[in-house]
Design a protein around this ligand. Structure first.
Ligand code: ZN
Length: 262
């Protein structure tokens, strides 16, 4: 089972934890990443199921090891398969852009924020993008970088970019500590950072709103609010529906968000 965003026209999907063949308690049942406990064949089977349902060729997916960076690759059909079918000498990174329909962009998450992009000109889709924006990637600027790259590489106009923020941990559940606050405010500046931090009445508890932060970063990059959709689901509030790193204390499967230019 997967979710979609109404504003994105290209084939795209945000997977959930339902609808696959993983049988371990913590990966059941739609784990889409290696190294979480499932054997490789199970992960590939899940990817095949996801592709059949969401209209992409599983062999066309690129999804590299992610490192909470602002590294984004411009890819095409030659990069298809990297991260699932091709595992030799993989690069690492957290985002992709392409104007090719022969590669499906995939970002993995289980609380972090998957964001899908689509640059258009009238009815025509020019290019698509996908980023994995955990808070580290967000404060490093992966969102504005993706918008900038779509404009520079494919002649897109930021006003003509649609973006969809997928299921992720919301402010209800993303409690953060002193170390986080320190790094977060250093990176964004106190005034900006504090717009996205909520202090609970219970003394000493702070919560971060990653969804609002990424929406702010999109708007700040020139994306217009009407073109931004938020799939308003908290991964940590719905552990039966989504994998959540926070809820499961790290013992969990991984979801995949995909977009293919079409
Ligand atoms: Zn929540």
């Amino acid at each position: 089972m997967f979710l979609t965003a109404c504003n994105i026209k290209s084939a795209h999907a945000f997977s959930t934890r339902l609808g696959g063949v993983s049988t371990l308690v913590h990966t059941a049942d739609f784990n889409l990443a290696y190294g979480r406990g499932d054997d490789d064949a199970t992960v590939i089977r899940n990817l095949e199921i996801f592709g059949a349902e969401a209209n992409f060729d599983p062999r066309s997916v690129i999804s590299l090891p992610q490192i909470h960076s602002d590294v984004i690759y411009k890819v095409d059909g030659r990069d298809a398969g990297q991260g699932y079918y091709i595992l030799d000498s993989l690069r690492e990174g957290d985002g992709y852009i392409t104007d090719s329909p022969d590669v499906t962009l995939g970002v993995k998450s289980a609380d972090c924020v998957p964001i899908l992009f689509e640059a258009f000109d009238g009815d025509k889709i020019i290019a698509v993008g996908a980023v994995h924006a955990g808070w580290r990637g967000s404060v490093k600027g992966i969102v504005p970088k993706c918008v900038r790259m779509l404009c520079e590489e494919y002649g897109a106009d930021a006003k003509n970019i649609r973006a969809a923020i997928g299921p992720c941990i919301h402010k209800c559940c993303f409690e953060v500590g002193e170390d986080f606050l320190c790094e977060f405010t250093n990176a964004l500046g106190n005034d900006v950072a504090m717009q996205f931090i909520r202090c609970a009445r219970t003394a000493g508890k702070y919560f971060c709103d990653l969804v609002a932060l990424n929406k702010y970063l999109l708007i700040n990059s020139g994306v217009i609010p009407e073109n931004i959709e938020i799939v308003d689901r908290c991964t940590c509030c719905e552990p039966e529906m989504f994998f959540s790193h926070r809820y499961s204390h790290g013992l969990r499967g991984t979801m995949l968000s995909v977009i293919r230019k079409s």
